[in-house]
Design a protein. Sequence first.
Length: 188
Amino acid sequence: MNQPAPIRISSMATRSDHHSSVAIDSALVAAKAADAALSPRKRDIHIFHTGDGDNLQRMLNALQPASYVTPHRHADPPKSESLILLQGRLACIQFDGHGQPDEAASILLDLDSGVIGVDYRPGVWHMIFALAPDTVVFEVKPGPYDPATDKGFAPWAPREGDAEAAAYLMALEDRFRTLWGLPRRPWV
């Protein structure tokens, strides 16, 4: 099958330029993992929908360890979000309204354990982080995409780029690695 080459649309994303269908193959997954490794944010996406106005947003989201995704929710407008793990290992952390991690509701996506996906209802506070290099998920949520309203960021957590973000991520990752019986990660 002759695959169209991904088109770089920003420093954070590529997209497919297919007319009817495109295969999601191991080469594309590997390319996105490599893009994430080269990104200062340690993540990169590849979109399959045709634009921000599409009613269903579909993408690959590639993350490397130490990529910080600010805790957020999709409440206004209310949107569900689903993630299916393709490779790697991903922590899916859920929070209560006061910013406390909900250990019982948080999920470790790990192909070896058979837990391969998560679905969040609208308005649930959550964040994700990679626990293994080259982690890639298939992500789906309703559109249209509007950067001004897509995510409500948690007022109790540092934002991406804040000086406190790395320490916040380290503390959460250490906590959940211990909870899930995973070895601690050496922090550089």
